[in-house]
Ligand binder design. Structure first.
Ligand SMILES: [Zn+2]
Length: 293
């Protein structure tokens, strides 16, 4: 597959954006249960956050559609708005996107456990992701990013759903935790197991995001790098959330995060961004340090 994004990563690190939820919290949307509703209710706020990330140096911003699959929306009675919410999200990111930069359509977990641990049939989960991906692709995203997946089975259902929805560059990012025995998903799957299975199912690129801070992610990057020759995306959290006197902040500073990002890049990450707790200041700091070489 020939794609401008695949060409860029041969030359230089591609920067992704940071957290949407953290920025919404900063804007006073504390503990919002369904941030996806803001795509219709407060579009200017969402567009402004995308603009801030592009201005900070992000090459790719991710749509505000983390909870936008029908199965996830049904839990909040929003399934009938699925198409409208996802379509609006692509439009808002597109409005903010300068020439030469990109919009990634975001797909997060369904919130369901697959059988036999849970009650969701894999084909239903796949159909749900298919429906969301169809709207995102039709809306005009440049790539799709499946992210924060704790279960390989669910991530595979998402990859298969997206592949069925259309011909689009596809990145699948898992969430790993660090144990004394190495890095594993919550379901106990290894990095090499996930990477091989996701690529086999049709993911063009893979990665890791959320839960781990940037320092712990350096070793994880090495494992991912060893598992594939294709581009990899690394999006750590800014440490753990700490709540003090009702205010939540994250442990790491933009400077600490950026210093680690340089090591993550040296360990083989072609694409770097931020997950929970990161803001445009983090992306700007990463951009500056990586530009320094
Ligand atoms: Zn996160």
């Amino acid at each position: 597959m020939s794609n401008p994004i695949l060409e860029i990563v041969k030359d230089r690190p591609l920067l992704f954006d940071g957290a949407m939820g953290t920025m919404l919290m900063k804007a006073g949307k504390v503990a919002l249960k369904t941030p996806i509703l803001l795509n219709l209710d407060e579009p200017d706020l969402v567009t402004d956050i995308h603009r801030q990330y592009y201005a900070a140096g992000a090459d790719v911003a991710i749509t505000n559609t983390f909870g936008g699959s029908p199965l996830k929306l049904v839990a909040d009675g929003l399934e009938e708005q699925m198409a409208a919410l996802n379509r609006a999200a692509v439009k808002l990111a597109r409005q903010a996107c300068p020439d030469g930069k990109y919009v990634g359509g975001d797909i997060g977990p369904s919130g369901k456990m697959l059988k036999p641990l849970g009650d969701a049939a894999p084909e239903d989960v796949q159909a749900s992701f298919f429906s969301q991906a169809e709207v995102l692709i039709e809306g005009g995203v440049d790539l799709i990013i499946i992210e924060t997946m704790f279960s390989l089975e669910e991530a595979l259902a998402a990859v298969r759903g997206v592949k069925k929805a259309g011909d689009i560059l596809l990145l699948a990012s898992m969430t790993y935790t660090k144990t004394p025995n190495g890095f594993f998903t919550m379901m106990g799957e290894t990095v090499s197991q996930c990477t091989a299975a996701l690529e086999e199912a049709g993911a063009d690129m893979t990665g890791a995001n959320c839960t781990l801070n940037s320092t712990d992610t350096i070793d994880l990057t090495k494992e991912l790098r060893a598992a594939t020759d294709r581009p990899i995306l690394i999006q750590p959290n800014a440490g753990k959330p700490v709540t003090s006197e009702g205010v939540t902040y994250y442990e790491q500073t933009p400077a600490e995060f950026a210093a680690d990002a340089r090591k993550i890049h040296a360990a083989g990450a072609d694409m770097i961004g931020g997950c929970c707790g990161t803001t445009p200041e983090f992306i700007k700091a990463v951009k500056e340090l990586l530009a320094d070489g």
